[in-house]
Design a protein around this ligand. Structure first.
Ligand SMILES: Nc1ncnc2c1ncn2[C@@H]1O[C@H](COP(=O)(O)OP(=O)(O)OP(=O)(O)O)[C@@H](O)[C@H]1O
Ligand SMILES: [Mg+2]
Length: 366
């Protein structure tokens, strides 16, 4: 068995890799990684947690061969620099990461899913980022919800990590009672219930750790709430760069602007131009990018190997930027859906150029 070597690896979830090998790409569009590697003069192979050959330090991996237009399988030594794109939640996931990262392999973007409370705590520590952070606490009691509702009128309850179960819930005080908004079967649904029902809501959430957060007054277009996805990644010189920014436009009156809840993606600048004057829009766009870079730099305190963040940012009616959340594994589809091919491509290129930078740095012993 001949063992081959490659400069960089991209660790994918098995289903993404299998689809890609059959030419059916899902959110991981591998040709962009291969093109970027060629541009940087390095070789890149793709593998998944299931391609590893036990604990030998070798793995089956796939490399694109442009002459045959196919991915060729080989047995490879695990590359010394690996871009993580695999979300390994099952037991054993952490061990796989540790195993890959042993012997000095750099596995960047190891944290795929952040604890929203931990992110919050880091971002409020620095005045440069604290200005973007909505008031947030850990959810503890019905009394706390009531007092927050009295203070803010509208609040969000959010799971600290991932949005399984009841997911993100918006509560709004109205004359008729409490309006509860949440996602049911991919749609934003609203129910008005008596205020006393709060105990029932807490019961439904169960023991999962949740946060309570003031609602940010998002800008709107025809009652459609809008927020932004800004992807910030480390690039070819190891510095944080903005790979793309798009708007997500929710369905009218939706409590959430996730694409999975029916929102559509659109060019950020155009959307800002239709909400603000031209000069205000340009300023807000600059602020969105400035905030993203500051947030990314501050988040490095959580883990120095963080190099790729999909930020959800809001813009308020008076043009202020606010932080909603940080995603460790941005699926990058918002850019594709907004027809922003250059940005979409950047989100695959930039991490590979960063990988090439890490290799050079290592090679020069710095
Ligand atoms: N404080 C807030 N004020 C206004 N809107 C909010 C607030 N928090 C969340 N939202 C809306 O809900 C959407 C989803 O919230 P968030 O991004 O925090 O969670 P998520 O995407 O469901 O989480 P995960 O990525 O962990 O699955 C946001 O894109 C935004 O539209
Ligand atoms: Mg989100």
């Amino acid at each position: 068995m001949e063992i081959q070597t490659a400069d960089l690896g991209v660790l994918l979830n098995h289903s993404q890799l299998c689809g890609a090998l059959r030419g059916r790409y899902q959110f991981e569009y591998l040709p962009f990684y291969s093109e970027a590697a060629e541009k940087a003069g390095v070789t890149v192979v793709f593998f998944s947690n299931r391609s590893l050959l036990g604990e030998t330090g070798y793995t089956y991996a796939y490399v694109w061969n442009p002459d045959t237009n196919t991915y060729e399988q080989g047995v490879y030594k695990i590359p010394s620099v690996v871009h993580n794109r695999a979300l390994l939640l099952k037991k054993g996931g952490k061990q796989i990461y540790s195993f890959i990262a042993r012997d000095g392999t750099i596995l960047y973007n190891r944290i795929m899913r952040f604890d929203k409370w931990e992110v919050h705590r880091h971002l409020v520590q620095n005045p440069q980022t604290a200005q973007y952070i909505p008031d947030t606490e850990r959810l503890r009691s019905d009394r706390q919800i009531l007092s927050w509702l009295r203070k803010y009128q509208t609040v969000y309850l959010k799971p600290r990590s991932g949005s399984l179960g009841w997911g993100v819930v918006r509560l709004r005080l109205s004359d008729a009672g409490l309006i509860v908004s949440r996602t049911v079967a991919g749609c934003s649904r609203h129910h008005t219930v008596p205020l006393e029902t709060i105990a029932g809501i807490r019961h439904k959430i169960g023991k999962r750790p949740y946060l309570i957060q003031e609602a940010i007054p998002l800008i709107q277009l025809d009652e459609q709430p809008i927020d932004f996805r800004v992807t910030v990644q480390k690039g070819e010189k190891g510095e944080w760069t903005i790979s793309g920014a798009v708007a997500k436009i929710g369905v009218p009156n939706a409590h959430a602007t996730n694409l999975a809840v029916g929102a559509r993606a659109a060019e950020a600048k155009q959307v800002l131009d239709s909400v603000f004057s031209k000069s205000e829009a340009a300023e807000v766009y600059r602020d969105l990018k400035k905030a993203s870079l500051r947030i990314a730099r501050q988040m490095e305190q959580i883990g120095p190997e963080i190099a790729d963040l999909g930020l959800d940012l809001a813009v308020t009616e008076d043009g202020k930027v606010k932080f909603i959340e940080a995603n460790g594994r941005d699926l990058r589809i918002a850019f594709h859906k907004a027809n922003q091919r250059q940005m979409w491509r950047n989100t695959f290129y930039t991490p590979i150029l960063y990988g090439a930078y890490l290799l050079r740095k290592r090679g020069s012993g710095k």
